[in-house]
Design a binder for this molecule. Structure first.
Ligand code: NAD
Ligand code: MG
Length: 389
């Protein structure tokens, strides 16, 4: 059998590591053409030694020499900086995992779409801000896009061949994160270390903070509106602390469909990798008794004021999500460095939406990644100016 050619963008992160774990079981079926990382050179070297990829890219040039030196006796070629994947790889890839965090993932994802048959996208920020660009590349290069975010993977599975007029409502569930039951008056004092400590999922820092204040769900509704053809008014979020059900589709014919699976990203990852073909994934079995313990409740806006941003993102202009995303990336960084409080993240985003220049930028229709960067830059600078005095 011909080996499937694979690339992982952001291989040293949480999703990247899970993807390698999925591949590990069937190493002989795959040829790893490329692994990339930003600065975690130690992990990248370790992965290169175990998985023997043909190429690796360490984005931060500061670490190039160290990586090159420790792999000088291997066949792996080392690259550094902003090199498009098409300049590293010849021919078509069978599968690329896009797992860089933040808008930084957009350009590498577009580059990968050009040379991959299938692109699995975990990097939600590139979908939210760059869908207009991504979708053009997808059509032009006839690439198949596979959503990996668990809610979107579930919607994809539940709505194959389903038309908009058959659907009443699409519910995206939220675990509620570490502060679901914290007294409201304590929220302003929470520390980064508490916010990162998600009760159900082990994820990168940025998405963990986004989960703690529900910004992650704001992004996920926008992400779903971009990927799927359903009317955007049909989406709703609901708290489901156990996180076994990821999305629920309520059909007009009275049926409700949902998929249950463990809080293990290896499940959506391996299903996008192997498709419908049978494969055995060694995950913890869900005890049927768990069904007695599933609970669902509406979102309390006092606890999660971010939920109010969903309709704003969807209705205030095609670039509104780019602005909210850029501002949020800056604010999460500031919160992680203890420069601002937890509640200031959403408060500051709301201030940006009231800025005199917001409408002008929010209504810009991006024709290129450069256009997106202009809006992104404006939001970053505005956010910094509001926080750092
Ligand atoms: P992470 O922080 O653990 O890993 C990020 C990876 O991207 C690392 O390999 C890092 O080296 C690389 N990277 C960071 N900045 C880069 C840059 N400027 N250029 C190139 N590479 C860069 O993040 P994660 O939790 O794995 O999340 C990755 C993406 O997947 C995010 O968009 C997140 O929202 C999404 N996602 C994650 C999960 C999860 O369970 N972790 C679930 C759903 C969606
Ligand atoms: Mg998700």
């Amino acid at each position: 059998m011909k080996k499937r050619k694979i690339a992982i963008l952001g291989s040293t992160g949480s999703i990247g590591i899970s993807t390698l774990k999925v591949l590990e079981k069937n190493k002989s079926n795959f040829s790893i053409e490329l692994l990339t990382a930003h600065s975690n050179y130690k992990k990248l070297i370790q992965q290169a030694k175990i998985f023997k990829p043909k190429n690796i890219l360490i984005k931060n040039k500061k670490f190039y020499k160290r990586v090159e030196k420790s792999l000088k006796n291997s066949k792996t070629k080392v690259f550094s900086g902003d090199i498009p994947v098409s300049q590293i790889i010849s021919g078509k890839l069978d599968y690329t995992m896009s797992a860089i965090v933040g808008i930084a993932g957009l350009q590498p994802t577009v580059d990968a779409i050009k040379i991959s048959k299938n692109v699995a996208i975990a990097n939600k920020e590139s979908i939210i801000c760059g869908w207009e660009i991504l979708s053009q590349a997808i059509k032009r290069h006839k690439t198949k896009i596979l959503p990996v975010d668990s809610e979107h993977f579930s919607i994809m599975e539940l709505t194959k061949d389903v038309k908009d007029d058959e659907v009443e409502e699409i519910i995206i569930t939220a675990s509620g994160g570490p502060f679901l039951n914290l007294p409201l008056n304590k929220l302003s004092h929470v520390k980064p270390i508490q916010a990162i400590n998600h009760p159900n999922w082990k994820m990168g820092k940025k998405i963990s903070i986004d989960s703690a204040n529900l910004m992650n769900k704001v992004f996920e509704v926008v992400e779903a509106c971009k990927i799927f053809q359903f009317n955007k008014k049909k989406y709703r979020i609901m708290i489901h602390p156990q996180s076994y059900v990821h999305s629920i589709i309520r059909f007009k014919n009275g049926l409700i469909k949902m998929i249950l699976y463990n809080t293990d990203m290896k499940i959506p990852i391996s299903n996008t990798l192997y498709g419908q073909k049978n494969h055995v994934l060694n995950v913890k079995k869900i005890d049927a008794e768990i069904l007695n313990k599933l609970s669902f409740k509406n979102v309390n806006l006092k606890r999660f004021p971010s939920a109010g941003l969903i309709s704003k993102c969807l209705n205030l202009g095609v670039s509104a999500p780019t602005i909210v995303n850029a501002s949020n990336e800056v604010l999460v960084g500031l919160f992680l460095r203890k420069k601002i409080g937890f509640l200031n993240i959403v408060k500051t985003i709301n201030k940006i939406l009231k800025d005199k220049d917001f409408k002008k930028y929010a209504r810009r229709k991006p024709k290129s990644i450069k256009d997106i960067q202009i809006t992104d830059n404006w939001a970053r600078l505005k956010t910094m100016s509001m926080c750092v005095r």
